[in-house]
Design a protein around this ligand. Structure first.
Ligand SMILES: [Zn+2]
Length: 371
């Protein structure tokens, strides 16, 4: 399993200059690739390497290669249709060739335009937590006059004992929506009133600031966006921790890709538009993994129209937040009904895992299987 941790670095002109030159090299590859409609790495290398070496003789070879790789990937993503403008300080992708980190001794060494830079850093709780993980890659960033290293660390996935899981008792279905952020198949509701209120407040303040075209307004807007991002992220951390710490061992979620299709975006109204369901899912997966629990995704098709009691499927079963089965007359909250269906859909998937796998499997294998 992998995690990314953010490490604040002290100001270092060589590193800042490295980021600037790296961005220029990236721009050069982007320019050539766009002009010639090429994104193949080898072809781009032949066309640009010598020139970049000449233009920026101090940029280490490893970083020239990464700049080319990053540029090639973005040209490919844009299908050569858009001429990409690289920021003055774009993030520098680092790998084993140009980054060494010792978390234990708080030492980082990075290739720069002025040779290898050895720097130390301030540790904090999160870094301490991953001290015994293996650093494998990183991103060097310079944002708002602050240098950061986003470091990717890795550790063997823990073993999960599937044999100890009871299908009927240990599986929790979770429905995600706008009125209720989460509704769980064990009758737990987490409504979005508070979240909407806070998000509404931020949106109002942002709208006010956006109308003013002053430097100070822009500055405040930036600060506000940061606050909003942190609020969403804190909420997601709290919710996912609460779920992961419950007695349940398998969590079943709707597959977000299918969810978009199902809802045509209607369910995710503007106010919660940027509320990150994906982030919640990522956090839950992390926390579940650490507790040797599983997260399964299912296709949510018909989960809102099907009766969780008798299985009868009809669009008319549901009227807004109320679900009343036209066949068996069972009545309950529509989101709760959906969450129970989601739990049911997860059961056969989990059972297949049990049949196909040895009883104890590494997490990575199981997650590959379920996605
Ligand atoms: Zn029914």
């Amino acid at each position: 399993m992998q995690r990314t941790i953010k490490i604040k670095l002290v100001e270092d002109n060589d590193l800042i200059e490295t980021i600037r030159i790296f961005s220029k090299a990236r721009q050069y590859v982007n320019d050539i690739g766009f002009k010639k409609k090429i994104f193949n790495k080898n072809k781009l290398n032949k066309l640009t390497y010598k020139k970049i070496k000449k233009l920026y003789p101090n940029l280490p070879t490893g970083l020239i290669q990464t700049a080319r790789d990053v540029a090639s990937e973005s040209i490919k993503r844009e299908k050569c249709k858009r001429h990409i403008k690289v920021k003055e300080f774009s993030s520098v992708r680092l790998d084993k060739r140009n980054l060494r980190v010792n978390l234990e001794h708080k030492l980082i060494s990075i290739s720069s335009v002025n040779g290898r830079k050895k720097i130390t850093f301030q540790t904090h709780r999160l870094i301490e937590k991953y001290k015994d993980w293996k650093p494998i890659a990183g991103m060097l960033c310079y944002k708002q006059k602050q240098l950061y290293l986003n470091l990717v660390v890795e550790k063997d996935s823990p073993q999960i004992n599937l044999g100890g899981i009871q299908v009927e008792e240990d599986i929790l279905g979770i429905d995600r929506g706008v009125n209720n952020i989460l509704v769980c198949s064990n009758n737990l509701f987490y409504n979005s009133k508070h979240l909407k209120k806070i998000k509404g407040k931020y949106q109002y303040l942002k709208a006010v600031l956006q109308k003013k075209d002053t430097k100070s307004a822009k500055h405040h807007l930036k600060l506000l966006s940061g606050k909003e991002t942190r609020f969403v992220s804190d909420t997601n951390h709290r919710l996912s921790k609460w779920i992961a710490n419950s007695d349940f061992k398998v969590f079943v979620l709707e597959n977000l890709k299918d969810m978009k299709h199902k809802n045509n975006g209607r369910r995710f109204n503007k106010r919660l538009g940027s509320w990150s369901f994906k982030q919640f899912e990522t956090y839950l997966k992390y926390k579940a993994e650490e507790r040797q629990k599983l997260v399964i995704s299912v296709n949510p098709k018909y989960t809102s129209q099907t009766c969780s009691h008798c299985g009868y499927k009809d669009k008319l079963n549901r009227k807004r937040s109320n679900f009343k089965c036209l066949q068996c007359r069972y009545e309950l909250h529509a989101d709760l009904n959906a969450s129970r269906n989601i739990a049911e859909l997860g059961k056969p998937i989990f059972s297949r895992l049990l049949v196909n796998q040895p009883i104890v499997v590494p997490m990575a294998t199981t997650s590959q299987l379920i996605h």
